[in-house]
Write a protein that binds this ligand. Structure first.
Ligand code: ATP
Length: 516
């Protein structure tokens, strides 16, 4: 199965099993807006909790807030979003498709990198043990040519975007002979800047109402509350403020399912530090955030850091944590050193003092900030893409069957255990209900009695339920049940009275948090 096919299947599976639906689907949906279904909302809640507790519980110096989506309009002038939160937009006149010009160039560079790596791999095979990779990269004419062209294009792009030189960006697209993936032509429009903020009106009388923005990031809700939290919480630097909430961006290119949405949820943490110490904390948070990802157990080779060449208007260093989605390595989280840009500008625009008096060095200053910013929806997609597997399963009669299984880490799975009576008679349903009624206070459980046990297992494999408990005739005699494990499909007989203890160990969020 190709990665493109896998991604299509994942989207279909998400809908079929109640994870993600297109928004207002009965009206044919709304582009790049999605709703979470009965299983999706559980997975999303669990991921949010995993992040929240990792931030606020495991770090004594991080507290949470929940700021409003609507904010005073000056917030977005101070933050630079009114002036600079835009993307360069280009249309192909033949396909009528719209693209981000910088993304077209980045994709071109990625293709060159792939070509380059192929050359290196070919040579590695040809030369075997004698292969000197460093020398090959420095001397092979084709590799040198590719490296130089990537470096030059990247430098030109960064400079052009920095200087807002859209004609030069267009020239790069022409020089690289980039074609539209749909029409295959190079018939491009001029490039325009497009502000990504969504506007709305607030106030009872329409013509007097103020134009305000739906927040394009949750971070500003933290900055405008920084002094409130610092004073009322008696926080000492370094300290952090965490928040989870909706953000809105009128994205130009809204494809790739929930990877790029117009309404999405961010989990952000701003960490306030002494000026000049920001690089130390930047490194600290890069490592710490990678450990959070790693603890989910999808394999460290699926992740990589990507250092930003072109920095956002507020940053002096920035890296992304990228994950290997079915459509390639893409950003899931950003770690940004935001300097004192935001607080200094809010101080300027509001006229309110946002300085901190540091008792240890007896100095006042505007703190510097390290931000960790991760998309909840993107993390959701990460989990689904890493967890989805199609497998052949041997049947007892010697034939084989197929199953789709979501290997979601048990602590994050929407349903932790399903309880089945083997048959719908002989008092088994009553017994199964009794077990379920007891366990439901601690775990998300589901009771199912319809269809064969095999079909019930398949349904729960498909939504990632890690454990299925079956009540059979032996249960009536000795109060034991079978646990069937999602990943190995093995079964084990245990006393029903031990279920809580066994489950507690296997599905506990605490154990996941301990692995960070
Ligand atoms: P991209 O380059 O993909 O547009 P970004 O660099 O603009 O992302 P940030 O502003 O750093 O993203 O936002 C932090 C995180 O928020 C991202 O790493 C991503 O997980 C999430 N995010 C940003 N935009 C979207 C979106 N349109 N849909 C879903 N998640 C998003």
């Amino acid at each position: 199965m190709t990665q493109v096919e896998l991604f299509k299947k994942l989207i279909a599976h998400s809908k079929e099993y109640g994870f993600v639906f297109p928004s207002s689907e009965i009206y044919d949906g709304l582009s790049a807006v999605y709703d979470y279904g009965q299983n999706g909302v559980e997975l999303k809640n669990n991921l949010r909790r995993y992040w929240w507790e990792a931030m606020t519980r495991l770090n004594e110096n991080i507290v949470g807030i929940d700021a409003a989506i609507f904010m005073h309009p000056t917030t977005w002038v101070a933050s630079g979003h009114v002036g600079a939160f835009h993307d360069p937009l280009i249309d192909n006149k033949d396909s009528k498709k719209r693209y981000r010009a910088d993304v077209l160039i980045e994709e071109w560079m990625e293709k060159q990198r792939e070509k380059l790596e192929k050359e290196v791999e070919k040579a590695r095979k040809r030369f075997g043990d004698a292969f000197n990779e460093k020398l090959f990269r420095q001397t092979n004419p084709r590799v040198v040519e590719l490296t130089e062209s990537i470096t030059t294009v990247n430098r030109r792009m960064v400079e052009a975007l920095d200087q807002n030189n859209l004609a030069e960006v267009k020239k790069i697209i022409e020089d690289c002979e980039i074609v539209c993936p749909i029409s295959g032509t190079r018939n491009w429009t001029e490039i325009r800047q497009f502000n990504l903020m969504c506007e709305t009106k607030l106030g009872s009388v329409n013509d007097e109402a103020n134009t305000i923005y739906l927040r394009p990031e949750t971070a500003q809700g933290i900055f405008v509350n920084y002094i409130n939290v610092q004073k009322t919480g008696r926080m000492k630097i370094p300290f952090g403020i965490a928040q989870v909430g909706k953000a809105f961006r009128n994205e130009i290119v809204a494809r790739q399912f929930i990877f790029r949405m117009r309404e999405f949820e961010q989990m952000e943490m701003q960490f306030f530090v002494r000026p000049s110490e920001e690089m130390k904390w930047y490194e600290f948070w890069m490592e710490k955030r990678m450990r959070w990802h790693s603890a989910m157990g999808f394999g460290d080779s699926k992740y990589r850091f990507h250092k930003h060449e072109k920095l956002a208007h507020y940053a002096n260093a920035a890296s992304d944590i990228e994950f290997e989605f079915p459509f390639g390595f893409k950003e899931v989280e950003g770690i940004h050193s935001r300097t004192d840009f935001d607080l200094a500008n809010h101080q300027k625009h509001s006229g309110k003092k946002l300085q901190y008096f540091d008792p240890d060095i007896k100095q006042s200053y505007i703190p510097y900030v390290i931000e960790t910013s991760i998309g909840l929806d993107r993390t959701f997609l990460l989990v689904l893409s890493a967890a989805y597997a199609e497998e052949k399963v041997a049947k007892e009669d010697g034939t084989s069957d197929e199953r789709v299984v979501l290997r979601i880490p048990p602590a994050l799975a929407p349903v932790k255990l399903a309880v089945f009576p083997l048959v719908k008679k002989d008092g088994l349903p009553e017994m199964a209900r009794k077990i379920m009624d007891d366990l439901k206070f601690d775990f998300a459980c589901q009771y199912e009695e319809k269809d064969t046990i095999g079909k019930r297992y398949r349904r729960h494999d498909a939504i990632g339920t890690p454990f299925c408990i079956t009540v059979d005739h032996q249960t009536l005699e000795d109060e034991t049940v079978t646990i069937r494990y999602r990943d190995t499909m093995e079964q084990e007989r245990v006393p029903a009275s031990r279920l809580r203890e066994i489950m507690n160990d296997k599905v506990s969020l605490t154990n996941l948090l301990r692995q960070i």
